[in-house]
Design a protein around this ligand. Structure first.
Ligand code: CP3
Length: 342
């Protein structure tokens, strides 16, 4: 039986020598798995998140069925706006919807900050249950959304192609925007630290929409908050995933984070160069490439690992797995990493 610190994921994040890179997939607990679909027919999304037994069952599915080297808590980044007092709905085949959005100081004043993380008690209960059920087979990943990405949903009320409303809010009311970003940051830090206390072995911060920002605006509205979170999470390594923000890799490699996630638009060698080989990198397989024939997937995985190098590296997709990926293709991706030989 491994002790937690011997797991490949944690060794890779500490920069220790590994026999092969660890592998997991963003959104690995989800709609490409038939057993997830079955639960989805019975319980609505937030019931699945808020019922520890269901969240635990869904979290374990990809560990048992696909063989990934880490479990990621089944939940959503939008539980943080909920905990701060905003209603969040998940509309079938459309995505998240927040009926009441943030537009002015009054809206901001109504948000709960102090103690908001306590509203997410069901997450900590789920983590404790998952930890017990995992029995140390693989490490457990906790997560939260990054402040900029959460602001996007709080201001727009839903997904967007351009997030122009969120940007308008930042560009025309910067003080208000920074006040909101700081409130989200404070809650997120308390939330992630509570996840670690409940058993998360590492945490990832998803900045899914950071690539919407120019390099200059990323430095103003995203980076300082990511840096604060990386520095304030205690007792577990942090992976930052600033999707699309390749331009920020050099700066973020100097943050307190242990790992940086990459999407598929950057060459591994260039990412190593930007980060001066000083930090563990994670990614960056195009999720759509899992639709290729299995031999093609396996060949591309080998090329990807060769390009990153097998040390200080965590194999993953460059964004979440898609619902139309055949399970045997997801498994081929994981197996190809496990079979890797230089
Ligand atoms: O990675 C995992 O397996 C853990 C679970 C997880 C979910 N959401 C479950 C989920 C994680 C880590 C997330 C993060 C998340 N949620 C992000 C950041 C990562 C990313 O993909 O960029 C974002 C932006 C959200 C917000 C969100 N939640 C959207 C836009 C949607 C709808 C789009 C979609 O993929 O369906 C969700 C719903 C959601 N969250 C589902 C799952 C499994 C689908 C729910 C369903 O229909 O069953």
């Amino acid at each position: 039986m491994n002790t937690p610190s011997e797991h490949l994921m944690l060794k890779a994040l500490r920069g220790e020598q590994v026999s092969r890179p660890p592998v997991w997939m963003m959104r690995q607990a989800g709609r490409y798995l038939p057993d997830y679909i079955k639960l989805r027919e019975k319980y609505d999304f937030f019931t699945r998140c808020e019922t520890p037994e269901l969240a635990c069952e869904i979290t374990l599915q990809p560990v048992d069925q696909v063989g990934v080297d880490a479990a990621i808590l089944f939940s959503d980044i939008l539980v943080v706006p909920q905990a701060m007092g905003l209603e969040v709905q998940l509309i079938e085949s459309k995505g998240p919807f927040l009926p009441k959005t943030i537009a002015n100081q009054n809206d901001l004043d109504a948000l709960q900050v102090i103690g908001a993380e306590a509203n997410l008690h069901y997450v900590y209960e789920a983590l404790r249950l998952i930890k017990k059920e995992l029995n140390n087979r693989v490490p457990l990943i906790g997560f939260a959304g990054a402040p900029w990405t959460i602001l996007c949903y709080m201001v727009e009320g839903k997904g967007s192609k351009s997030f122009d409303k969120a940007k308008q809010f930042c560009f025309s009311q910067p003080q208000l925007a920074h006040s909101l970003l700081q409130k989200i940051t404070d809650v997120t830090i308390a939330y992630l630290n509570a996840q670690v206390v409940a058993g998360a072995d590492l945490v990832q911060v998803f900045d899914s929409w950071s690539g919407m920002l120019s390099p200059q605006d990323f430095k103003i509205f995203a980076q300082p908050y990511l840096e604060q979170i990386a520095a304030a999470v205690k007792g577990a390594p942090v992976i930052l995933f600033p999707k699309g923000s390749w331009y920020a890799l050099a700066d973020l490699s100097k943050s307190a984070a242990s790992g940086l996630g990459l999407d598929w638009t950057i060459e591994p060698q260039f990412a190593r160069q930007l980060t001066n080989n000083s930090i563990t990198l994670q990614g960056n397989f195009d999720p759509c490439k899992l639709l290729a024939p299995i031999p093609e997937i396996k060949k591309s995985v080998k090329e990807m690992i060769d390009a990153f190098g097998p040390q200080r590296y965590i194999a993953n997709l460059g964004h979440g797995i898609l619902p139309n990926i055949p399970v045997d293709h997801a498994k081929a991706f994981v197996d190809a990493v496990k079979e890797y030989q230089a």
